[in-house]
Design a protein around this ligand. Structure first.
Ligand code: CP
Ligand code: NVA
Length: 310
């Protein structure tokens, strides 16, 4: 039995600003241990299934700890040790898990797999990262910027590096939270044409640049990510080398960080590769907010779970 009212957390472009704000508010309230509605264990008796097609530290642990703290349970599944690995369809898996569990989180190599899960699930589905987006991460990033610098509306966020899945969720967030996003990416590694077209249609405040200095100058936050995302790891060695060569000028070092506002913060979703996309002096330096950012995954995840499942 499927109802139209299932609260999927799929992408920031398909959720309204009011919903995203409510999730952030709930996350902040859980962090302050003053949950909105007063119920610290709103998910007692509920179970979240999590399917991982690729590795995870933060997403896995923050969701698992988060649901436990809210009174529920998590079941962690790898596609390798379930029948998915032997060819059982995502649709059949979705139907079965929906009979046991109250929500399903998926981390997948293909956004199509997430769409297929949603088509067949009768419980809420959460996007735990695809090749195209990483909305849970960027919600935690918005929370981190607002903790340090107040309302993100009107602020300037600079992304420098690969126009990847995390960058796509930043583009969605720029529209939803009304900030200016400057992306500096090499031409061949620009964000996906679909997300750029969406931003244009929606009138998001996006500047697409190739010069990292121009993107970072005067920014409130400087953000980067790995040069080789998980869905690119299988690519040939010469392709990896090509990516490294293209992306080297986009590394966040002290010089680049020095162009941002004096009180600018540095963000990175992690895992990081010191000496590649960011120098140790920046990620381990005074302007880095990456550990708060990682912690905020837990608080935001709780907001997402409470919104989807309560
Ligand atoms: N940032 C992030 O999603 O980390 P994991 O891959 O460890 O989950
Ligand atoms: N862009 C990275 C993010 C990891 C959390 C990847 O997809 O591997």
């Amino acid at each position: 039995m499927k109802t139209a009212a299932l609260r999927h957390f799929l992408d920031l472009d398909v959720l309204e600003t009011g919903t995203l704000r409510r999730i952030l508010d709930m996350g902040a309230a859980f962090k302050a241990k003053r949950p909105l509605g007063g119920d610290a264990k709103p998910l007692a008796g509920k179970t979240l299934a999590m399917i991982f097609e690729k590795p995870s530290t933060r997403t896995r642990v923050s969701f698992e700890v988060g649901i436990r703290q809210l009174g529920g349970e998590a079941v962690i599944l790898s596609h390798l040790d379930t029948q998915l690995g032997r060819g059982e369809s995502i649709g059949d898996t979705a139907r079965v898990l929906s009979r046991y569990c109250d929500a399903i989180m998926l981390r997948t190599n293909r956004a199509d797999n997430l769409a297929e899960l949603v088509r067949h699930a009768t419980v809420p589905v959460i996007n735990g990262l695809t090749d195209l987006s990483h909305p849970c991460q960027v919600m935690a990033d918005v929370m981190t910027i607002e903790e340090r610098k107040g309302d993100i509306a009107g602020k300037v966020v600079a992304w420098t590096g690969d126009g990847n899945n995390v960058a796509a969720s930043w583009i969605h967030a720029a529209k939803r939270f009304a900030f200016e996003l400057r992306l500096a990416c090499p031409e061949p590694l620009r964000p996906h044409a679909d997300v750029l077209a969406w931003a244009k249609r929606e009138g998001a405040r996006i500047q697409l640049l190739t010069d990292p200095d121009a993107a970072v100058r005067g920014a409130d936050a400087v953000v980067t990510d790995t040069w080789v995302s998980m869905d690119q790891e299988g690519t040939a060695r010469d392709n990896r080398e090509k990516r490294h060569n293209l992306l080297a000028p986009y590394r966040v070092d002290e010089r680049l960080m020095g162009l941002a506002k004096q009180d600018a913060i540095f963000l990175h979703c992690l895992p990081a590769h010191r000496g590649e996309e960011v120098t140790a002096s920046v990620i381990d330096g005074a302007q880095s907010a990456v550990w708060d950012e990682a912690e905020n995954r837990l608080h935001v995840q709780k907001g997402i779970l409470a919104w989807c499942m309560a």
